[in-house]
Design a protein around this ligand. Structure first.
Ligand code: FE
Length: 335
């Protein structure tokens, strides 16, 4: 064999070795309502590890859904990442997600934090819990979401607007637990105790407690964390309600594979990686949330808020009962 031919064969061999790797290098397109700075670090690591080239679009929930619907079969999106089971359920009901099954996802994510039919999977958990003024409330005075409707909280309760999906999901989960009639009584009692009109954000609600406008409210844990980072001597604390009854209301940020994904296999692999022990802290800690994977501990900043038992009712109920919740809040005068 001539030297030239030998070199040619070696070159050919090198190419043959490279080829499968090049062919299997995935391309993945993600539409995300979770903010860019929260997912970019994960994408960078995953791309470096697997050679997957990932592009993503971030926008608000509504525009992303509209876009997916308008693009239909022509969409480039493989994966939709968003917050709140209510939104994930809504995306599935609009026909833009596809059901998938994965033993890894089913092992890593508790059943109540993913869709029973596999249309979406929770990737980080947040609690929607009670926040109170440490100057004017003793934790022993608090017990449950329902009890915020009692006389002692008259003109002391603050709520965020009922237009926010977080509250729609909370009320939907209360309906799942208590039924319509009882839930309406609870919400009416809350409205009767309001110290101010509902706020546009959890942060504004907490700032109003600090300003003395009210004493207790209901917020997502990571907003509390953000305020705590801004104001170290924060005169607010979280309370874990319903510890003897249904547990603390939790929700997720999560994702689903799009119905017309060009690379569903790659999308599932990425989801599996996001649910793994390796990626869970990166995903959850970036937003001061709880990992969904029970093998993974939350960041110490988050665990410092204390431990609690969460509701283990399937979050699909937050979607299934969303329109009931919206109508109920309207009837009860919760604006
Ligand atoms: Fe939020």
């Amino acid at each position: 064999m001539s030297k030239f031919l030998g070199e040619f064969m070696v070159t050919l061999l090198v190419f043959a070795m490279l080829l499968p790797a090049v062919a299997s290098a995935d391309e993945l397109v993600i539409y995300s309502a979770r903010k860019e700075h929260l997912i970019q670090p994960l994408i960078d690591i995953y791309s470096a590890e697997t050679g997957t080239s990932i592009s993503f679009v971030t926008d608000k929930e509504g525009p992303l859904l509209q876009r997916l619907k308008a693009e239909g079969k022509n969409t480039h999106a493989d994966l939709l990442i968003t917050v709140d089971a209510g939104n994930l359920w809504h995306a599935a009901s609009e026909g833009i997600l596809q059901p998938i099954s994965s033993a890894i996802l089913e092992k890593n994510i508790p059943a109540h934090l993913r869709d029973p039919e596999g249309y979406w999977f929770g990737l980080s958990e947040r609690a929607r819990t009670i926040v109170y003024s440490t100057e004017r409330v003793k934790p022993a005075e608090l017990s449950s979401y329902e009890a915020l409707g009692e006389k002692q909280w008259q003109k002391r309760l603050l709520l965020r607007t009922s237009k926010k999906v977080y509250n729609q999901s909370l009320i939907a989960m209360l309906i799942a637990e208590h039924g319509q009639k009882e839930t309406e009584q609870i919400v009416r009692a809350w409205v009767g105790n309001l110290a101010a009109s509902p706020f546009s954000s959890d942060t504004k609600l907490m700032e109003a407690i600090l300003a003395g406008q009210g004493d207790v409210g209901i917020v997502n844990t990571y907003y509390f964390g953000r305020l705590q980072k801004k104001i170290p001597e924060l005169k607010l604390a979280l309370f874990w309600p319903n510890q003897k009854t249904g547990g603390v209301h939790v929700n997720v940020s999560g994702a689903g594979v799009t119905r017309y994904a060009k690379n569903p296999v790659g999308a599932i692999k990425f989801l599996e990686w996001l649910s793994s022990e390796k990626a869970q802290n990166l995903f959850a800690d970036a937003n001061m949330e709880y990992p969904v994977n029970p093998q993974v501990k939350a960041h110490p900043f988050v665990t410092a808020w204390g431990t609690f038992s969460p509701s283990t009712q399937n979050l699909a109920d937050a979607g299934r009962l969303q329109s009931d919740a919206i109508m109920l809040m309207d009837r009860a005068g919760y604006r």
